[in-house]
Design a protein around this ligand. Structure first.
Ligand code: ATP
Ligand code: MG
Length: 560
């Protein structure tokens, strides 16, 4: 097998190599089985890269199967978003899209088979009673009084369930396994429950739906999945899957299940249930809010597919449970954009400078490189004039050590333009600076010389006032205040109220037609892209994808 960048060995790939070597399988077949009850998040990206990545590298197949056994929280909008996200990440599923609901007829027949073998029964205990009878790990469960019904009676009652004679919660089908098993999951798990709910694929055909555990292993087996990869919490379920497949007449090689650790990301939540609360309770604007750790949120924010795949590659696949630092995800996109993103100038928090020794109508076209190290990315023209915007943070009245920006009475270099000295400032009644008056060193302007004596000056960016395009900048901070919000009773209590900061400033004219999702490095400010929802030609809105450096690590180092 030819090695590619993402093909670093993990324990699952070792197992697959061995399976192929001993001839256990001829072809590798994996699947990605999302439940269409929300948008995909960064944790799913790990599973996608693993399953589709293995299929790609081993010339195998990877199915996309919607695990649609609970119609209540599922819908077609989620299905479309999931398909879209997988394609965007650069993967293609094998053959048609699969749905667990495609197999409802077969799954139902297997349930009948279990009843006929005396291995399943209709229970009429309530959900609470079932829980109570099931016991706890240290205490064996108690048999349901309905456990010893005859096969005939069970067939009759299950048919009644299917035909809608029972109300929801009044009956269910349970496997007859062992109420004293050390594995709670094996204490007569529920196989089917009643739900009077229109299904997005099967409409009103069914009012009984198989439980995830019953349907999942059967679906894997029917599709000929060789390696069924899932997260660690399904470790015990393997026992149940094996029991089910052993007792039904399904003609297939059993899929082998392997578990790996879930991806948890600092300062965020990776659970669709929790993410949907953020959406439904309007803590964020939607599933694709750029603060969300969803694939669609990251895309809108400006993350690239390659940066997400690189992240999944860097975290690897193991059985170790941990929380990954947000800075790792950020460094993946930062590294890529540092290499590829064209540069431009933007002033996020503007303050005006008038250069007194340049005429009012002065204009100079300056040719700037789009990327310092990639001449193939070309150049652009930026107009310099006597009135410019700089960032408020780039000026101080008082001298402070190591502040390499503009100080009253001192000099600074304007990027690609010239050196200016600050002469005086004007203020309003409240003491806010209205304008900074400067003088330009004409020598440096005409020849763009870099004299040795200037070498200690800092360089700041600027935008000519007459050529500036107004723009809104959306700066995103962590969505939660604590590294592991999921460990809290109420994760919503730890939302960061300042996760979105909006600024109004200017960008240079060359990017007035910036396309949504096209990333730029705004010099000294960070990586940005136009927002796909809010930005248009008459109102530019830029999302900050990521800062230039890890701002939480080295706050004080910014451009000093
Ligand atoms: P959620 O709690 O977000 O709904 P889930 O496991 O119920 O997660 P599914 O839609 O059932 O979500 O997941 C589809 C696949 O993605 C499964 O194989 C699951 O194991 C995997 N997966 C989900 N979350 C993560 C995660 N955080 N890290 C790695 N894999 C994940
Ligand atoms: Mg699930």
């Amino acid at each position: 097998m030819k090695q590619n960048k993402y093909q670093v060995m993990n324990f699952i790939r070792h197992i697959i190599d061995e399976d192929l070597a001993i001839g256990k399988y001829d072809n590798i077949h994996t699947r990605f089985p999302p439940e269409p009850n929300g948008y995909l998040h960064i944790g799913h990206a790990k599973s996608i890269c693993l399953n589709f990545g293995i299929a790609k590298d081993y010339n195998g197949k990877c199915n996309l199967r919607f695990d649609d056994t609970n119609p209540v929280n599922e819908n077609s909008n989620f299905i479309e978003s999931i398909k879209n996200d997988i394609k965007w990440l650069g993967f293609t599923w094998s053959g048609d899209i699969k749905y667990t609901s495609n197999y409802f007829d077969q799954i139902y027949k297997y349930a009948i088979e279990l009843i006929n073998k005396g291995l399943a029964y209709v229970d009429e205990l309530t959900i609470e009673e079932i829980k109570e009878y099931r016991g706890v790990w240290s205490k064996p469960g108690v048999n349901s009084p309905y456990r010893n019904r005859s096969i005939k009676e069970n067939i009759f009652l299950f048919d009644k369930m299917k035909k809608g004679y029972f109300k929801e919660g009044k009956a269910c089908l349970r496997a007859k396994i062992d109420m004293s098993s050390n594995f709670i999951l094996m204490r007569d798990p529920v196989l089917y429950r009643i739900k009077f709910f229109k299904h997005h694929q099967t409409s009103d055909d069914w009012c009984i739906y198989p439980m995830y555990d019953f349907a999942h292993c059967i679906s894997d087996a029917l599709e000929g999945i060789t390696h069924s990869l899932c997260t660690l919490e399904f470790l015990d379920n393997r026992r149940l899957y094996e029991w089910i497949l052993k007792h039904i007449s399904i003609s297939t090689i059993y899929p082998s299940q392997y578990e790996y650790s879930r991806l948890n990301l600092e300062y965020s939540v990776t659970s669709k249930r929790k993410l949907s609360q953020l959406v439904n309770k309007k803590y964020v604007e939607g599933w694709d809010d750029p603060r969300m750790p969803t694939i669609s949120g990251l895309r809108r924010r400006g993350y690239t597919p390659a940066s997400i795949c690189e992240f999944c590659h860097r975290i690897g696949v193991t059985k170790q449970q941990n929380i990954i630092e947000m800075s790792l995800l950020e460094s993946c996109v930062r590294d890529e954009l540092n290499r590829n993103a064209p540069r431009a100038m933007a002033v996020l928090d503007p303050i005006q400078i008038i250069i007194q020794n340049l005429p009012l109508n002065y204009e100079k076209i300056i040719v700037m490189k789009n990327h310092p190290n990639m001449p193939e990315m070309g150049t652009r023209e930026v107009v310099f004039s006597n009135t410019i915007w700089i960032d408020k943070a780039d000026f101080r009245e008082q001298y402070i050590k190591n502040y390499k920006r503009l100080i009253l009475g001192k000099e600074v270099r304007l990027r690609n333009a010239c050196i200016i000295r600050c002469d005086y400032i004007t203020k309003d009644k409240e003491g806010n600076i209205i304008c900074i008056y400067c003088t330009c060193d004409l020598n440096t302007l005409s020849k763009n010389v870099i004299d040795k004596s200037y070498k200690n000056n800092g360089i700041i960016h600027w935008i000519s006032k007459a050529h500036a395009q107004p723009a809104e900048f959306r700066l995103y901070n962590r969505l939660f205040n604590i590294p592991n919000p999921s460990s809290e009773k109420n994760f919503l209590a730890n939302i960061n109220p300042n996760s979105l900061e909006i600024k109004h400033g200017y960008v240079e004219q060359s990017i007035k037609n910036a396309k949504a999702n096209k990333p730029y490095q705004f010099e000294r400010e960070g990586y940005f892209c136009a927002d796909s929802v809010y930005s248009n030609q008459s109102h530019l809105v830029f999302n900050r994808i990521v800062s230039l450096r890890d701002s939480y690590e080295k706050l004080s180092s910014k451009s000093f």
